[in-house]
Design a protein around this ligand. Sequence first.
Ligand SMILES: NC(=O)c1ccc[n+]([C@@H]2O[C@H](COP(=O)([O-])OP(=O)(O)OC[C@H]3O[C@@H](n4cnc5c(N)ncnc54)[C@H](OP(=O)(O)O)[C@@H]3O)[C@@H](O)[C@H]2O)c1
Length: 283
Amino acid sequence: MRVLVTGGHGLLGTAVCTCFSLLGHRVIALGSADSDITNHSITRSSILGFKPDLVVHAAAMTDVDGCELDPDTAYRVNSVGAWNVASCCEETGSRILFISTDYVFDGAKKAPYTEFDETNPLGIYGRSKLLGEKLVREACPRCYVVRTSWLFGPKGKCFPKTMLKLARTKPSVNVVADQVGSPTYVDDLALAIADIVQVPMFGTYHVANSGSCSWFEFTQTMLKLAGLNNVTVNPISSADWPSPTNRPAYSVLRPYVRELQGKPLLRNWQLALKEFVAKGIPE
Ligand SMILES: NC(=O)c1ccc[n+]([C@@H]2O[C@H](COP(=O)([O-])OP(=O)(O)OC[C@H]3O[C@@H](n4cnc5c(N)ncnc54)[C@H](OP(=O)(O)O)[C@@H]3O)[C@@H](O)[C@H]2O)c1
């Protein structure tokens, strides 16, 4: 299969490219310098030029606070950019898999969110991604939407890497304890994506490592695994963390559709984090 990955040099995109290459597919990774998804004609030449069977659309403006401060760019990249990619997929006959987020939910449910729950994003990032979902579904019916959460992996920026860097230079770190989610290892997600696209069952899927935790618990576990036992982790509330964004207090994703399909759950986030730390977290 010919697979084109937008955001192909990012945290998730890199893992997706590696996974599909190892599975024997012909893969091309595009970054913003290769092909700006906000420009329809550039996007069209990239996609029609490669003639993919599948586009994994992982490119996005992922800076959640940045989206809040610059909504036009957020909607341009996360909504119209996704629309551009999907319309080119439709034109060339490709399928598209759009990566979306737990931030499409408001966190009021207090139980894991399934694909059948109502969305109600609290901030611009979540709103722009939700609009992206809608536009992609309308522009290209051969479309999978995969919602995931709290990604970590070796490439680019992610929460455990940031906390590790802080913990190596400070005796204590303050971490938000009143937001709960499902940390997800990009290697596990990439394998699940490869499985989902094996059949043309287009629709929405939740994919995350099993279990849940707060950012505080995530940090405690990660520092313990990294052997940094002398760093104090202080729980703080979201109100004490300076941010322009209102984030969901609870955004645990339940992979309900995969459960109903009889698919195995992804391993729990602690096991995935253990493997990530054991491999040596790059700077
Ligand atoms: N990180 C998370 O915790 C998380 C959680 C839920 C969902 N997601 C979703 O998962 C996907 C991947 O996220 P990630 O964390 O891997 O993000 P990432 O590391 O920030 O990668 C996103 C990539 O998007 C590319 N990009 C940005 N603007 C672009 C543009 N105008 N044209 C073309 N490419 C552009 C960037 O390419 P360059 O580097 O080349 O500029 C970047 O590498 C995103 O759709 C995100 O919304 C992420």
